[in-house]
Design a protein around this ligand. Structure first.
Ligand SMILES: C[S@@+](CC[C@H](N)C(=O)[O-])C[C@H]1O[C@@H](n2cnc3c(N)ncnc32)[C@H](O)[C@@H]1O
Length: 349
């Protein structure tokens, strides 16, 4: 069930020109920035409901288009959750949808920052293009070094770790909508790939994005998608060369983490385990994240570097693995990198 549903009708005297139902199912953080953004969304809807404004110089379709552009920009940033499957042209899309209103909007910094997942380079690029519309963002790739996005650097780091341990069979646990599965499938080193998630909906999206139904047998034969929770033992993921928990552990209640440790390191016992998770120390660098808050409403906790190393060292020692740590993303000299990665390798017994 969506949390919010707004029905908007745009009418002339007799005729209903458009009827929209706008639904959102985001969780608004009480007192947080999301609540303010929620107000902004609904305010923009109310504006097209206001008769006098419709007749004062705005053509109806234009006004409706304005409101839809507001929705397009604001709805995905409501809970600051927009951090998966963001296309490469995100700055361009934001600038186009924000044309005529975002540059002047009092909350433009907050909206831009959350739309672009707090990535400083993109935020600066969007600010410049909003301030000066003639700068259309056309840049010569040879002139400007483009920093890869954190989501890509993280997936690159995981792929590198899998190659380092010479894995051929990989279980991507909590695979979500398949960001890593796409890369694994494109790399013929990986001959057996299993994607698991507790969410059937995410798995359905992953299947669609991987286009598995239309894929030839030789591709389909390399991959399986399974609904499964990492907090329960599952024989179907036993005996793999490697398992990945990319941005998953922080979604598990702390009191259930021991169950996941047992199921993955104790029962499935892959040759290697790659874990990535946010570095809570780095959160101080996000301008819109209040102190002590986690990055995403569904994060049950976020480890500092010291906490992550202590946790991973204990898990490794308990289950007979060695562990090493890698930093992922732009390094801050005192707060480290935005993402931390632990690579566990099973010790010979
Ligand atoms: C932030 S997403 C990460 C998705 C993917 N690994 C990636 O990095 O793109 C977290 C995923 O963990 C899944 N998840 C949460 N708890 C889980 C559990 N107990 N077992 C399996 N998956 C779980 C969620 O459904 C979600 O798809």
């Amino acid at each position: 069930m969506p949390d919010h549903s707004v029905i908007v009708e745009v009418k002339t005297s007799e005729l209903t020109v458009a009827r929209l139902q706008i639904e959102t199912n985001v969780s608004l953080r009480p007192g947080g920035t999301a609540a303010n953004l929620g107000d902004l969304v609904f305010e923009s809807v109310r504006q097209i409901d206001a008769g006098p404004r419709l007749s004062s110089g705005y053509g109806i379709p234009d006004r409706l288009a304005d409101a839809l552009h507001h929705q397009y920009v604001l709805l995905p940033v409501l809970d600051d959750a927009k951090h998966y499957w963001v296309s490469d042209d995100e700055v361009g899309k934001l600038v186009r949808a924000g044309e005529g209103w975002l540059a002047e909007h009092p909350q433009r910094q907050l909206i831009t920052s959350q739309s672009l997942r707090h990535e400083k380079r993109n935020i600066a690029d969007a600010a410049a293009r909003l301030a000066s519309p003639e700068a259309d963002g056309t840049i010569d790739d040879d002139d400007v070094p483009v920093a890869p996005r954190l989501v890509d650097r993280r997936a690159d780091a995981v792929m590198q770790a899998l190659h380092d341990v010479r894995a051929h069979s990989v279980a991507d646990l909590g695979c979500g909508e398949g960001a890593l599965l796409t890369r694994l499938l494109a790399d013929r080193t990986f001959t057996e790939i299993v994607g698991t998630d507790v969410s059937a909906r995410s798995l359905a999206t992953a299947e669609r994005r991987l286009d598995l139904r239309r894929a030839p047998d030789r591709v389909r034969d390399r991959i399986r998608l399974l609904q499964s929770s990492v907090t329960y033992e599952d024989d179907r993921i036993a005996g793999m060369d490697a398992a990945v928990l990319m941005e998953v552990i922080e979604h598990i209640d702390l009191e259930r983490l021991a169950a996941a440790e047992h199921a993955v390191w104790g029962s499935a016992r892959p040759g290697a385990v790659v874990v990535t998770t946010p570095n809570a120390d780095y959160n101080a660098l996000f301008p819109t994240l209040p102190a002590g808050h986690v990055r995403h409403a569904d994060h049950r906790f976020e480890f500092t570097r010291a906490e992550f190393e202590e946790w991973a060292t204990r898990v490794a020692a308990t289950h007979g693995y060695s562990v090493t740590f890698r930093r992922v993303g732009e390094m801050d000299p005192s707060l480290g990198s935005p993402t931390q990665l632990a690579l566990f390798v099973r010790e010979a017994r």
